[in-house]
Design a protein around this ligand. Structure first.
Ligand code: FAD
Ligand code: NAD
Length: 465
């Protein structure tokens, strides 16, 4: 059995793991990363990147179909579009492939050793990896668990045949005519909307009383309206019960207790993700858990000395940028730097139509924390840039402390506003006040001006409304 010793061993090369390994390499730590699948993890291979590629294809197709129907208000008409879906999927795969190679190159540049295979703990300092050339034992002073997550399976709707997870949904050979989606959260809505734009008849079944229940109702209302316009049927308070014996329909119990049969070629189950800990040999360690997730402190240390955990395996929010930030921090801790998790906010973006951005506290959350707040909200209907982009729906909202204007949270919903998450995150991280935002010159004409106007509105003197 081959043996490797190193300073830092990272298990899993998703955004958490590969960022950790690159940063450790930059700091001169002798680092090994083990990956069972492809470099880049869920995010790069079957998550963030491929889903955004397919969302882009769907948006472009829908725009062309809209023009073909003569529905643009600015006089554009075009012939009916056709889509070579196999080519769309190949384009998406090409992007993923380029990024896979990019990650490999960055790891090599940082002098990180890549071991391909599945790692299993032998003890807190040693793992065994089954590689193509036989088992390898890796001993490390410090180990980082960055094994990520996988889709939750419903026992009465096991994956296989017509029942698919987001992974299969991103590599279909054709657009399903009828798509039933179980779960109206992040993935269900992002992909449900994309398939509706590509021509599928989409039905979304959500157990709670509204879509995207993690955001407030005001923020999700424009998305609900768009779903209706796209012809997507949304069943709220409804429970999936199983698949019809012929495999051609989803069986649902509706909010009023009725049985409903939803004819479907594909049933996409998106009811959350579970930590990937199976087969990792966690039973060889003594780790405190937080439900099924690994419990960590503000240095991403587990209850076992020398073992860290980062990313989805540590629970919500399961977002790539959180995993990356944790990875970078742990690498610096391993190099002896004085680091701890001191982030004020982790932005969340939902790539629906329109897009949703949220950073920090919503009005409801701030009030629940006992804060006295002041809110400024500005509609994109009064924003020149939004009008010129034919995307007037939505708004920007700032939540601030009443007495000193300290910004506590910023939310927005609108067409193409995901890029505003950068400004919002920066404002929160730097402890901006309403005065700071209102006093910053925002370029004209941009949708970002809505942010400044929302701050002015909180003072009662927005200019453009
Ligand atoms: P992962 O990316 O899951 O990587 C873990 C890696 O560990 C995998 O490559 C796996 O093969 C490997 N591994 C597991 N066990 C072992 C083992 N025993 N030995 C060796 N290797 C192992 N987040 C966003 O922020 N923005 C988005 O737009 C977004 N879109 C998404 C869309 C979809 C469809 C999905 C499914 C997720 C999306 N996410 C998004 C979530 C995001 O992908 C995750 O939060 C992120 O990938 C978590 O990173 P990670 O490093 O913790 O784990
Ligand atoms: P989610 O938690 O966002 O949504 C799951 C939804 O399914 C919830 O609304 C829940 O009420 C519903 N649900 C649960 N059980 C159900 C049942 N039996 N029947 C009907 N509905 C049911 O989970 P997801 O969409 O699977 O995404 C998983 C994670 O991936 C997210 O939490 C997020 O962290 C990450 N993600 C992020 C992005 C992004 O940042 N843009 C995109 C995709 C995924």
């Amino acid at each position: 059995m081959t043996e490797i010793t190193c300073k830092l061993l990272v298990i899993g090369a998703g955004p958490g793991g590969y960022v950790c390994a690159i940063r450790a390499g930059q700091l001169g730590l002798d680092t090994v990363i083990v990956e069972a699948g492809k470099l880049g993890g869920t995010c790069l291979n079957v998550g963030c990147i491929p889903s955004k590629a397919m969302i882009h294809v769907a948006e472009e197709y829908e725009k062309a179909a809209h023009a073909a129907a003569g529905r643009t208000p600015f006089g554009l008409t075009a012939g009916a579009p056709t889509l070579d879906f196999a080519k769309s999927v190949a384009w998406k795969d090409g992007i993923v492939g380029r990024l896979n190679n990019g990650v490999a190159g960055l790891l090599r540049k940082a002098k990180v050793k890549i071991v391909q295979g599945r790692a299993r703990f032998r003890d807190g300092k040693t793992v065994v990896v089954e590689t193509e050339t036989g088992p390898k034992v890796i001993r490390a002073e410090r180990i980082v668990i960055a094994t990520g997550s996988g889709p939750v399976e419903l026992p009465f709707l096991p994956f296989g045949g017509a029942v698919i997870s987001s992974t299969e949904a991103l590599s279909l050979s054709q657009v399903p005519q009828r798509l039933a989606v179980v779960g109206g959260g992040y993935i269900g809505l992002e992909l449900g909307i994309a398939f509706a734009k590509l021509g599928s008849k989409v039905t979304i079944v959500e157990a709670k009383g509204r879509i995207l229940p993690l955001y407030d109702a005001e923020l999700t209302a424009p998305v609900a309206k768009r779903l209706t316009a796209l012809g997507v049927e949304v069943l709220l308070g409804a429970k999936a019960r199983g698949i019809a014996p012929a495999g051609d329909a989803l069986l649902v119990e509706t909010a009023d207790g009725q049985e409903r049969r939803i004819a479907a070629d594909r049933i996409l189950v998106t009811v959350g993700r579970a930590p990937a800990t199976e087969g990792l040999g966690l039973e060889e360690l003594v780790l405190d858990m937080d439900g099924r997730f690994i419990r960590i402190n503000d240095r991403c240390e587990t209850s076992m000395r020398g073992v860290h955990a980062i990313g989805d395996v540590t629970g919500e929010p399961m977002l790539a940028h959180r995993a990356m930030a944790q990875g970078e921090m742990v690498a610096e801790i391993a190099a002896g730097l004085p680091r701890a998790w001191d982030k004020r906010a982790i932005p969340a973006v939902c790539f629906t139509d329109p897009e949703i951005v949220s950073v920090g506290l919503s009005p409801e959350e701030a009030r629940r924390n006992g804060q006295e707040i002041r809110i400024g909200q500005f509609p994109f209907a009064a924003n020149g840039r939004a009008m010129t982009r034919d995307g007037e729906q939505g708004f920007v909202r700032i939540v601030a402390q009443a007495q000193n204007g300290l910004v506590l949270g910023i939310q927005a919903v609108g067409s193409g506003i995901s890029e505003l998450s950068t400004a919002f995150g920066l404002a929160l991280e730097m402890g901006a006040t309403l005065e700071d935002v209102a006093g910053t010159i925002h370029a004209h004409p941009t949708q970002g001006e809505g942010f400044q106007e929302a701050a002015l509105k909180a003072f009662g003197h927005a200019i453009h409304i």
